[in-house]
Design a protein around this ligand. Structure first.
Ligand code: DLL
Length: 449
């Protein structure tokens, strides 16, 4: 697959490290001069910018956390006066004020560049049409993919998220080769095509670049089959730049995404102690920007859990690769003392053809006991085989095949995750669907009591 910037994407490791060291020194000196938060953070540790000679000294610096961004809301982390900004984005927090991020013209150039690299890795080519169904607006997804696609020379359809009927119509009429959206929305679109009797072969799409929420091979399979595409993972976060921090190569699709390391330096650290972990070990992903001007950020604690490898990948790129995100530290569910991530449960579903990865996880507490209920849709073909019953617990008890399937799912989860769950099989089309953006698949009702 042609790369967008082959000379940078295949830079030999020693050269890459040299470039990172030089850029890091500049970035640290820059924020020390311009951002009171960082001047204070270094002073408190008795550090001068010159003490950070390269990436091997990074561990001396404190982390930057979401709370620091909230405490300095809205513009306290910015390194340039507001007149020098070109754009603002924000991510909606779970509580109260959003996290605000800013870009200079130069930052937007870099943003477009890393997204163009990502699109090229995902199969995009100049002249191809991109149906961009990420939300436009304060969310970085829509405008982020847009800028990168234009940079690569693609034709962008800036449809944004939602209005599914319209999306289906335009995909049929314009015949784009590529789609960008969340994996859960790709599932929604695949279902809508199916409802209209349009087969994957009849859909023009060949590639899908999916991200902004955790997903697993189970969903990849359903999107690949449902839309007739080869889907790859795009990862990113507003605080670092937006989408395009890393991307999988469409010819690899092993769940490992190339991190554009000449701009974003990755570390993986122990969630409890913050100590750096060796490659291959799962921990919290931490990023340091190396080239940003409006809002550079040192050692940002993403909360996302994964591991990285610096083994060069089959594509010939030399940049480190990160595995699919298992979840965020704050997505972790503790159920009767067992730690589980929704993705662990989702991953099991790939092995069971009678069900589809459309589900909801509901947590309740009866007295001291937590209960995790997995409401899981059965697959259409299986649903027809069992005579299209309205699924309820009574029906399942009465029907051996359903009772057997319920047990099979529960056993696989127990074997893989170590947790006993209550499985409720539900009718096709009845689990929550994405209407355009990120989908929340967990309802934790324990907190209501
Ligand atoms: O979601 C940026 C983005 C837009 C990425 C479009 C990819 C595509 P935020 O709204 O700031 O930015 O949310 C960032 O979303 O810390 C992860 O927890 C999660 N996330 C993003 N991409 C992935 C992914 C955008 N590929 C937060 N897999 C991050 C799993 C992801 N989680």
């Amino acid at each position: 697959m042609p790369m967008f910037q082959p000379e940078l994407e295949t830079l030999p490791r020693p050269k890459l490290t040299e470039l990172q060291n030089q850029r890091l020194r500049e970035q640290v000196a820059y924020v020390y001069e311009r951002v009171p938060f960082y001047r204070q953070a270094l002073d408190e540790k008795g550090l001068k910018p010159s003490d950070i000679r390269g990436v091997e000294d990074l561990h001396k610096l404190p982390f930057t956390k979401k709370k620091d961004l909230r405490d300095t809301y809205p513009f306290g982390m910015f390194a340039v006066p507001r007149q020098e900004l070109a754009r603002i984005h924000a991510s909606s927090g779970t509580t109260g004020k959003p996290t605000v991020v800013g870009y200079t013209k130069g930052d937007l150039e870099i943003f477009a560049e890393v997204v163009a690299r990502s699109l090229a890795a995902a199969g995009g080519r100049p002249g191809m049409m991109l149906h961009n169904a990420y939300g436009y607006g304060l969310f970085t997804g829509g405008l982020g993919l847009h800028g990168g696609a234009e940079k690569l020379g693609m034709v962008v359809v800036p449809i944004s998220g939602g209005m599914t009927d319209r999306q289906i119509m335009l995909i049929q009429d314009f015949k784009p080769e590529m789609i960008a959206c969340t994996p859960s929305y790709a599932q929604t679109l695949a279902e809508e095509f199916k409802k209209r009797g349009i087969t994957p072969e009849e859909i023009s799409l060949q590639y899908a670049i999916l991200g902004a929420e955790p997903w697993t091979e189970a969903i990849r399979q359903s999107v690949d089959e449902g839309l007739g595409v080869r889907a790859t993972n795009i990862y990113g976060l507003s605080e670092i730049i937006g989408p395009g921090v890393s991307n999988e190569d469409v010819n690899e699709r092993e769940g490992l995404s190339y991190i554009w390391e000449d701009h974003f330096y990755p570390e993986v650290v122990d969630p409890e102690t913050g100590d750096p972990l060796p490659d291959g070990e799962v921990g919290v992903l931490v990023f340091t920007t190396l080239t940003k001007k409006a809002m550079p950020i040192l050692r940002y604690w993403t909360g996302d859990l994964t591991y990285i490898t610096r083994e060069p990948g089959p594509s010939g790129r030399t940049h480190a690769r990160m595995a699919q995100i298992r979840g965020r530290t704050d997505d972790m569910l503790i159920v009767r003392g067992v730690n589980v991530y929704p993705t662990q449960i989702e991953a099991v579903l790939k092995e069971i053809p009678e069900v589809v990865p459309h589900y909801q996880i509901v947590l309740t507490r009866e007295g001291p006991m937590d209960e995790l209920e997995l409401k899981l849709e059965v697959a259409e073909p299986f649903f027809r085989e069992i005579g299209q019953k309205v699924l309820s617990d009574e029906v399942i008890e009465a029907d051996q095949r359903l009772a057997h399937l319920r047990e099979k799912v529960a056993r696989k989860i127990k074997d893989n995750v170590g947790l006993s769950v209550k499985v409720s099989l539900i009718n096709p089309g009845t689990a929550p669907r994405s209407e355009g953006g990120k989908l929340k698949r967990v309802a934790d009702l324990r907190k209501l009591r």
